[in-house]
Design a binder for this molecule. Sequence first.
Ligand code: COA
Length: 134
Amino acid sequence: VDSTLEGVNWIAAKAALVADQFDNGRSAEALQRSFERSQHVAIAWDDDRVVGMARLLSDGVCNAYLVDVWTHSSYRRRGIGAQMIRLLLAEVPGQHVGLQTAEAAAFYRSLGFGPQPEFYSRVVGTFLDNAANR
Ligand SMILES: CC(C)(COP(=O)(O)OP(=O)(O)OC[C@H]1O[C@@H](n2cnc3c(N)ncnc32)[C@H](O)[C@@H]1OP(=O)(O)O)[C@@H](O)C(=O)NCCC(=O)NCCS
């Protein structure tokens, strides 16, 4: 697991996310931009193939937010996801780290996260309808 984006083929990464049904509609370029603009990233490799990704938004002071956490389905339950999250958390000591999940509660609980009720959110306009996704 690396903490840089060096060597990532974003077209292949986007195709892998689509094939694994974990794609939210970003173009390959927009996916790349999302990772490049995140303070901290984790990329899991099997030789030259990306098999896991995660990124962390942070203000560098008190608040951080985990996004786009994914391990390829044929590589799950081998500790890759946990390794990516630990790498990211090590970058933000003293910060409060949040995330939103529907299906990975057991994974996050195993890493020390607890639920925080009443999370509020909204989309501004139409999801992904912005200049960064063109
Ligand atoms: C959630 C996800 C990232 C976990 O990745 P992973 O590489 O399989 O995770 P790990 O192998 O590091 O799992 C660590 C621990 O988390 C828990 N865990 C992980 N997946 C689990 C599952 N499906 N059910 C129950 N517990 C699970 C277990 O305690 C596991 O330890 P163990 O295997 O020794 O029992 C992966 O399943 C995934 O990509 N899911 C689809 C995308 C997704 O839901 N991402 C999160 C969105 S916020």
